[in-house]
Ligand binder design. Sequence first.
Ligand code: SF4
Length: 338
Amino acid sequence: MAAKVQPNVDSNRQWLRDVVPLATPYTFVMQVSHICNIRCRYCFHSLSPEKKKANPHFHNSLVSMETVECVCEQLGDFPCSFKSCRICGMGEPLCHPQFEQICDMLKATGKIEYLSFFSNGLLLTRERSEKLISSGADRIMISLQGLNAESYRKICGADIDFPNFVGEIKYLYENRGNMGVHIKIADVALAPGEDTKFYDMFGEMCDDMFIGPTVPMFSKEGVQYTDEISAKSSQYGIESDMFEVCPQPFYMTDVTVTGDVIPCCDYFNPVLGNIHEKRLIDIWNGEQRELCKQLLRFEASSLPYCKNCVSKYVGIHWKEEHLDDCAAGVLKRYEVNN
Ligand code: SF4
């Protein structure tokens, strides 16, 4: 098998306590689609249209090119480049017909070192793959929902031509040029004993691959999870330590399809501003910095969106990101260095 077995996450972490406050976040997350072509049973999209519509953070739309232009123009305000740009969020990026153009525009800012995106891969065709390969995207992370058509029907209510789907992934990989290809599958999408089958089927069609735990990302939005799905580890399989100071707002910023700015991978709660009303760098140095101070003062339980949040445990987190034991010292830097 050519592929390495590893999660899709850079394990070369900085000790956050040594580098914050950051003048430029390490990670920029861009949401381009709140629309998805499937309805996975553990995702927000499994909810009824009425329930989804009732959620004020869900917009059932694609990002406009005006918002993309606005983002690209504002990235230039930051003094350094972003180490990583991830295109992900609440929908399938390939539902956006101008997705490749968006990748090109982000890369053309000169502020993005590495651009990756998550996809369920079901919209891949030869033509789409060729466009992606020649776009600014550096890496695609394909999430599988099973190893046969029946599993796709069961997990996400989709009727797919599974052999054709596998053929499209193979074509993408064989013609990938400089683009990295990662394939992951949720543990609950595998029948007992199917681990080996997953490695055998896709081990020659990607650079790296991983079987990841399914996490209860959308429990507070109303998605019901079975007992086998818990927040005991992050979606990258890293055991969850309980910690108080959520590290995400210290190194990432996320712009949604409407231009709202959120500080973390909890896509449904903390909106700090909107890039059409205030510049992203001013939100980073203003509202987001204030949030960091509140977290360092251990005030998360009084913040409606951080209280009871599971995203802080199931998002990426490493010991290098823990700030609980040095919060007072780091807070001084946030207060002085303003
Ligand atoms: S605790 Fe949750 S809602 Fe609050 S900043 Fe962290 S991930 Fe976001």
